[in-house]
Design a protein around this ligand. Structure first.
Ligand SMILES: CC(C)(COP(=O)(O)OP(=O)(O)OC[C@H]1O[C@@H](n2cnc3c(N)ncnc32)[C@H](O)[C@@H]1OP(=O)(O)O)[C@@H](O)C(=O)NCCC(=O)NCCS
Length: 160
């Protein structure tokens, strides 16, 4: 694979990203969760991966306003044609580095229990699954984390 380059996200990236999301998420349209405001106000912790100038992946993250030592990854996606080649790892490592440089020693994220790919990816990236209030397929989930009766798997990693 050609070299991956990483840069900070810009507001002008938003439209391109939401337009590819349904395809990247296998037909699920989660694009309403990726707001343009993230590309305006969280662009120093949100990243675009490019290969030969083409969009290869993105990460939307921010530093928690509530937990002073926590960085939160809101969304990550990698082009289906570039998966399992380390692009997701590079995006996460870039965010971890930004966290480390700013005293954010804990990184959190979450996903839906049906997204086994994401669960596997986070495990490979060294995240633990936080205790929840029920199990789905043997995995702890939190039923009401982002809204009522919408279980999420909560991930947590301490940066060493
Ligand atoms: C999840 C996703 C971002 C991973 O990106 P990626 O570039 O393929 O991941 P990487 O190649 O960097 O892999 C990083 C680690 O995760 C593991 N991994 C990645 N995809 C995996 C899969 N499908 N099954 C098991 N492990 C997987 C890799 O083996 C690697 O671990 P290793 O270094 O210990 O071998 C990508 O599959 C994707 O965009 N999925 C659709 C969108 C989505 O579900 N996003 C996450 C929820 S917001």
């Amino acid at each position: 694979m050609n070299k991956v380059s990483i840069r900070n996200a810009r507001p002008s990236d938003h439209q391109n990203i939401v337009s590819v999301m349904p395809e990247w998420w296998g037909g699920r349209d989660l694009s309403s969760s990726v707001l343009k405001v993230f590309f305006i106000h969280f662009n120093n912790t949100s990243y675009i991966a490019e290969i030969n100038g083409e969009l290869a992946g993105f990460l939307v993250g921010f530093f928690s306003q509530t937990e002073e030592k926590t960085g939160y990854i809101h969304f990550v996606g990698v082009h289906p044609g570039f998966r399992k080649a380390g692009v997701g790892r590079i995006l996460y490592q870039t965010f971890f580095d930004a966290c480390g440089a700013n005293g954010r020693i804990i990184v959190k994220s979450c996903t839906s229990p049906i997204n086994k790919l994401s669960i596997n990816f986070h495990r490979h990236m060294g995240f633990e699954i936080e205790p929840g209030d029920m199990l789905i397929d043997g995995i702890p989930v939190s039923s009401n984390f982002l809204r009522e009766n919408d279980p999420k798997v909560l991930f947590r990693k301490e940066l060493s």
